[in-house]
Design a protein around this ligand. Sequence first.
Ligand code: C2E
Ligand code: MG
Ligand code: MG
Ligand code: MG
Length: 273
Amino acid sequence: QAKRLGKNRYYFFDEVLHRRIMRKLTLEMKLEKAIVEDQFTLVYQPIVRLASDTPVGVEALVRWDHPTMGDVSPTEFIPVAEETGQIHKIGEWVLRKACLEIKQLHEAGYHDLTVAVNVSPKQLERRFVKTVENVLEETGLPPQYLELEIIESLMQNIDTSKMILQSLHDLGIGIVIDDFGTGYSSLYLLKELPIDKLKIDKHFIKGVEDKTSLAIVKTMVDIGANLHLKVVAEGIEAEWQRNILHRLYCDYGQGYYYSEPVSLKDLKKYIRS
Ligand code: C2E
Ligand code: MG
Ligand code: MG
Ligand code: MG
């Protein structure tokens, strides 16, 4: 009996593993066509100054609508693209599109909004600096309106990442640590990298009424203040969360309470209201 169960279990894991590998291969193949066939779009989520509840910028988030598979989440396909190296092309597409659309927004009278673009640590290679420079030149977006959000996982070579982030920072671009608090080397990175902003991970905001979470969030906001960094809280879903963060002197907030990530058209509507 036990033996059979054991066998079944192996069979089960084999099956799961097999399905996972097939799905990965499928995504890899379909990602190849995604850019040329125009399957990606960007949505934008407002980032709001907590003291006034007014938008100061947006975060660009990629969406993939495949003709037969439907919507595939970035949490699923970005890791695949990172593994295959396709992230370089996708990342460049996202960057160019985001800068272009924000530049258009500025020209349409929505001035002074910054755009934050997520960058995979895998993209932090020498040629990336040139790519960013080219995109800014092509689109005409002044560098101070661009922010790059990075997470510390996968950052294999801190020295290289540091050099590249420093070059980008020197161009006048803002550097944001995304999902702050979830990586195991965040504090070390704060010391090593040229950082302008911390974005507190949504998991801490979710339970911020709880004593422990509150203490952790307060400490993260204080770290930001002591290091002269701006602090953003992501994942604000309710007014009470916004109020707590405001009371802690957190600078900015982002989350469903303000707005979901929306199309450029709906973003304009949101800002007008
Ligand atoms: P992230 O950069 O931390 O983005 C925040 C995620 O939280 C987004 O999920 C957003 O839709 C979601 N979110 C926003 N407000 C709330 C809220 O109030 N509550 C909750 N529960 N969630 C909220 P999304 O768009 O599915 O993206 C997931 C992750 O995929 C991103 O996490 C980022 O790491 C990655 N990603 C998205 N777009 C890109 C991209 O263009 N390039 C790269 N390299 N990664 C991307
Ligand atoms: Mg982000
Ligand atoms: Mg985040
Ligand atoms: Mg995240």
